[in-house]
Structure formats: C-alpha cells, structure tokens
Design a protein around this ligand. Structure first.
Ligand SMILES: NC(=O)C1=CN([C@@H]2O[C@H](COP(=O)(O)OP(=O)(O)OC[C@H]3O[C@@H](n4cnc5c(N)ncnc54)[C@H](OP(=O)(O)O)[C@@H]3O)[C@@H](O)[C@H]2O)C=CC1
Ligand SMILES: CC(=O)C(=O)O
Ligand SMILES: [Mg+2]
Length: 591
C-alpha cells in the first residue's frame, strides 16, 4: 500500500529520491510537485485523483485553457472547456492586461484573490513575474483597505478562523484544515493591522497576504502555508455595528481568557504539526506581542515579524546606507518616532549590531538611540511609568514633549518613523534634519501609505534632494530640480520569506537574534553599485527570489553554527540548496 501511494504521489522517475530525506525540518515534497523535471509526468493527486469537472474546480491543479488536447482526453475534460488551448504565458498576458484595466486598487486585489481561488499556479506565476507591480496590490497598501472592507468583499473563506467559540476544540479545528504537512503559520489576532488599528477578524487579509509572499518571494510551497486568525472579539465600535462584519460581535477578551486561548492554540499547533513549524506572529498589539514572543520563544519556533523582521530589514537598510551617508554604524545617532514593536525591535537589533562591531556592552550602544512615543522623548524621569519594552531606552535627558524639539535636541543623523501615524514628519521636522545633516537618512516605515510619516516628495523637497529616503509602503519616483529620485521600500517583506525558508530548510527548532543579524547582513550585501547610484538602500523586489535564497542560506548557516538545526547532514552549498527547495509555479504535465 505504502509503495502504491508513493508511486501515485511521486511518479516512478523520482522513486530513487527519498521523500523523507528532507524531513528533518526540510521542505518535504509530499505530492512530488517539484522533484520531477518539467517533461516528466506527475499525477494531480489529492485524496483521490482529480478529474473532469472537479479538476477544473481544484485551484491547486486547475490550468484552465492551458489543459492540452491530451489532458482533455485523459482527464475527462472534453466539452468542459472551449476548444482553444492557451499557454501559461498567454494566460498570464491576458490576465495582466485585464488587471491593468482596473483603476481601483481594491478591484485588482479582488481579481487576484479570485485567481488564487481558481488557479493557484497562475496566480503565483503572475505574482512572481510582476512582483513590483503586484506587491502593492496583494500587500501594503491595498491589503489594508481589503481588511477594512473584508466583510463586504468576503466571498469564500481563506485560511483558518479560530475564535473563542472553538475554545477546547482547537486541535480539532486544526485537523479540519485539508493539508497535513504545514511548514509556516502566519497568525494574527487582528488588533494592530498595519497602522489601521483593531480590525478584529477582518485582519485575516494580513496572514493570507503574508503567506502569498512566503510562496512568491520565498518559494515556500503554498500547500505548506497556513494563514490563521484568532478571533477574541474586537474593540472597533464601527465593526461591531457593521452588519457585514464577519467576526465575533463582542469586545476583546483579555487577561486569563485571552492567555488560555492562545496557550491552547500554541499547544495544539505543536501537537499537530510538531516542533519545526514556523509560527509567525503578525500584527498583534504590543501589549500581547512582546509577551507572546518571550513566552513561546523558548518552547516553539516563533518569530514576530513586526518586532524581529522589521528590525532586520531596517538594520540592513541602515548598514547599506552607510555607503551613501558615510561613517560606521556607531558613528550615527538615531531618533525614532514610535516606541512600540517596530521602534523598539529595530532599536534593539541596531544596538546589538553596534555592540558586536565595537565590542562595547549593549547598555552602552543603546545610548546612541533615542525614541519618542505619544508622550514625548523617552527619558529617565519617565521610567517608572513606561511599558517594560521602553525602559532600556529611558536615557538621561530633560523632558521633551514633541518630535520637532526632540530632533533639535538630539540632532540625529537617522530619523525613523514607526508610529503608525501619517504626516508626523512635518516640513519643520524634515528641514531640521536637513539643517545639520548633509545627507539625512529618513525612513517613514508606517503602513499603509496613508499612515506614512511623510511622503517621498516631502522628504526630498524638505531636504533639497539631499535625503536618503525609504518608506514602508511604496512611493513612485519623484522628480525634483530635474533629477529623478527613486524611493526605496523598507518593508519586512524583504526578510520574512527568506528568513522562514532558512528556518525550514535547516530544520531549525528556535529563532536566535544572531539569525536576524545573519538575515540582515545577507540583505545588505545584495545592494549593488547601480542601486546606490540611484540613492537606493535596498535591492529591487524584482530580484527577491535570489535575495531570499541568500537570506535563507545565511540564516540556515547560523542555525547550524548555533546547533539549532536538525536537518542533517548540513547541505554543503546552502544557497543552491535553498534555491532547489523553492516552489516554481509553472504548470505540470498530467499523465
Ligand atoms: N515597514 C515595515 O516593514 C513595518 C512597518 N510597521 C508599521 O509601523 C507602525 C507601528 O507599528 P508597531 O510598532 O507595531 O505599533 P505599536 O502600536 O507597537 O507602536 C506605535 C508607537 O507609536 C507611538 N505613537 C502613536 N502615535 C504617536 C504620535 N502621534 N506621536 C508619537 N508617537 C506616537 C506609540 O506611542 P505610545 O506607546 O505612547 O502609545 C507607540 O510607541 C504601523 O503603522 C505598522 O504598519 C510595522 C512593522 C513593519
Ligand atoms: C509590514 C508590516 O508587517 C506591518 O506594517 O505591520
Ligand atoms: Mg505586520
């Protein structure tokens, strides 16, 4: 029986490969989707062989008009399709043409989600081949609007919903998910969706979007990715009153009730999928995010994208920017607007890297970094009333209650926005940065675009074109005084797909800060002279699969070095190995 199943899944030509050879945390090609070369046949294997009408309705195997004449005969498709046969390339061209007709970004988002539900490989082919054009649609900024309107645009459920109603039954809920071999879970409780606040259950758009990027940007096979939303209610009054709201109509559970549900979830995940599934926490509010990371960091393979992924991407951008602004990391002084997950996460990783470079204690290097929150500069006189994650940043200084005065007092060389509040880098703030820096580095990280601390135009005009600028959501190139400035995108999407791939291919069992530094270093070294010449501090997203393979290899190498990798023996060439594990969306030929 076992060997029959094996043949069905793998095809005879790949029988010589041990499907379990990568099981020590590696990418297991359960369905033989990737190991056969393109001219070899594979079976569209589900629980049974899909054929005819059900094959056309199965997004994982559907090819639409690209089914060949032979496949139409052998898979009972005759008459179910019009006569023409199109190549995948022509299907792609047609879809891109029709997507470009839509003027409204949300229409493009809906069209892409419908494509994913209809023809998964075509969806990923579009996304991979047109990543710079489509990233703003499936991801920030459009995904933010999609979450806000999720109830109205909801057609078919995506991902897994775990609400308070499922308390005591979470393991059963996980078992309802059709895929058994899961490598990455992205989970949110919807309380801090981008800079848009509490969107409750409608936050599902974020795990769905992030996992689409795991596949498109990092090459994780879609069947191994699981988006989850934990619904403990919402404090968003507008949603509670919205007749189309899809979540629990109650205020958020907190304290013991919240902790117990999360604990049941974390235990069930480990019980169902084992220890080597990556659990990415996404867009939790900071009062839960830090605690969950600390609590489960020692027992699970957890990664908080907003704290850790953002830290790695920003550190990479800053390190790369040194080529343009000069000096070493420790020569610079940093001021953050926003002292939450992103702000303190980035600050801590920069301080750690500075400490490694200068061999001084992190308590010392932290003094180069200042943060402003909604009450002003974080200073020692505020220490007693600060949340625990802000306390290390409470340096000696007189109180300063607004950003402009803080900029004037600290005179930072690098200004980073992580407040979630749009247009807070005012003209005066940007001009102040330009008054004492020849090349101020300004990073407006908040998403979506409406929450960006400033626009690219504001950054360039306020500094007479001297700023090095990057933002969380993309801005178009901007022409100023006859020169075109190309703003970079500083977004954790550069990091998490490659980082997750690195964890999976090494079979890592825990995340360590040194792996974040390894990811950051791999990204920084991908910035080329050509990029720097345009003022860019990140490589283009069009190169992201190569970048992700480099990041994955560096992260995996660190996991082996730290003794945290379980996939043994260690592949010799980790970049090649990472590339060989990546999912490609070209159609397969059905026998
Ligand atoms: N580009 C990227 O890759 C990423 C971007 N982000 C973006 O960063 C933003 C913040 O996320 P996160 O750190 O998780 O959120 P948090 O809620 O954890 O932190 C927000 C911080 O901003 C402060 N703040 C809010 N309003 C103001 C204001 N008017 N003036 C000064 N400070 C203010 C808050 O102050 P207080 O503590 O006093 O309330 C808090 O310290 C979001 O928009 C998110 O989209 C996040 C992750 C990745
Ligand atoms: C990018 C991201 O993770 C955020 O804005 O929350
Ligand atoms: Mg996030």
């Amino acid at each position: 029986m076992e060997s029959t199943l094996k043949e069905m899944r793998d095809g005879a030509s790949v029988l010589d490969m041990d499907p379990k050879s990568t099981v020590g945390g590696g990418v297991e090609d359960v369905y033989g989707e990737d190991r056969a070369s393109e001219d070899q046949f594979v079976t569209p294997w589900t629980f049974s062989v899909a054929s005819g009408y059900s094959l056309l309705r199965d997004p994982r195997h559907n090819k639409g008009l690209a089914f060949t004449e032979r496949e139409r005969d052998t898979h009972y498709l005759r008459g179910l399709l019009p006569p023409t046969v199109l190549s995948q390339e022509l299907q792609e061209k047609k879809l891109m043409d029709s997507l470009r007709q839509y003027q409204v970004p949300l229409q493009k988002y809906t069209a892409l989600m419908e494509l994913e539900e209809r023809n998964e490989r075509l969806f990923y082919k579009l996304l991979i081949d047109n990543v710079e054009e489509l990233l703003p649609v499936v991801y920030t900024p459009t995904v933010g609007e999609a979450c806000q309107k999720y109830g109205s645009i909801f057609r078919r459920p995506q991902g897994l919903y775990i609400s308070l109603k499922e308390k005591g039954k979470i393991l059963e809920v996980l078992r309802n998910w059709p895929e058994k071999s899961i490598h990455v879970i992205v989970v949110t409780d919807g309380e801090r969706i981008l800079g848009l606040g509490d969107l409750g259950c409608q936050g599902m758009g974020i795990p769905v979007g992030k996992l689409a990027l795991y596949t498109a940007l990092g090459g994780l096979r879609p069947s191994t990715c699981l988006p989850i939303t934990i619904d403990v209610g919402t404090n968003n009054e507008q949603l509670l009153k919205d007749e189309f709201y899809i979540g629990l109509r109650q205020r958020r559970a907190t304290g013991k009730e919240y902790a117990e549900l999360l604990h049941e979830f974390m235990s069930a995940v480990k019980q169902n999928y084992g220890e080597k599934v990556v659990i990415q926490f996404e867009d939790f509010a900071n009062h839960n995010a830090f605690e969950l990371l600390a609590k489960y960091g020692t027992t699970h393979l957890v990664f908080n994208d907003d704290i850790q992924g953002t830290a790695a991407v920003v550190l990479a951008g800053v390190v790369a920017a040194l080529k343009l602004i000069g000096g070493k990391l420790a020569d610079h002084s940093f001021l953050f607007l926003g002292a939450g997950e992103a702000g303190t996460g980035i600050a801590e990783l920069i301080a750690l890297e500075m400490s490694k470079q200068t061999k001084s204690p992190v308590e010392e290097t932290r003094k180069k970094i200042w943060l402003v929150d909604s009450k002003g500069l974080i200073v020692s006189s505020r220490k007693d009333s600060l949340q625990h994650f802000k306390k290390p940043w409470a340096h000696e200084h007189e109180p300063v209650n607004n950003l402009l005065d803080a900029v004037k007092a600290i005179k930072p060389t690098i200004l980073i926005g992580s407040s979630g509040v749009g247009r807070t880098f005012t003209k005066e703030v940007i001009e102040a940065m330009a008054s004492f820096n020849e090349k101020p580095l300004i990073m407006a990280l908040s998403n979506p675009t409406s929450q960006s601390e400033c626009t690219a135009e504001e950054a360039y005009t306020g500094t007479q074109g001297r700023a090095i600028f990057a933002s969380g959501s993309p801005f178009d190139p901007f022409e100023y005084n006859g020169k075109v400035f190309v703003p970079g995108q500083s977004n954790n999407a550069y990091i998490f797909p490659g980082f997750g791939l690195g964890l999976v291919i090494s079979g890592a069992i825990r995340v360590h800060d040194d792996m974040l530094l390894a990811a950051s270093e791999a990204l920084a070294r991908q910035v080329t002279k050509e990029n720097f010449d345009k003022g860019l501090i990140y490589p283009p997203f069009s190169k992201i699969r190569k970048i992700s393979a480099e990041i994955a290899a560096n992260v995996a190498a660190k996991a082996y070095e730290l003794g945290l990798a379980t996939r043994l023996p260690r592949p010799e060439n980790l970049v090649k190995y990472a590339e060989s594990c990546m999912y490609t969306p070209v159609y397969r030929t059905y026998r």
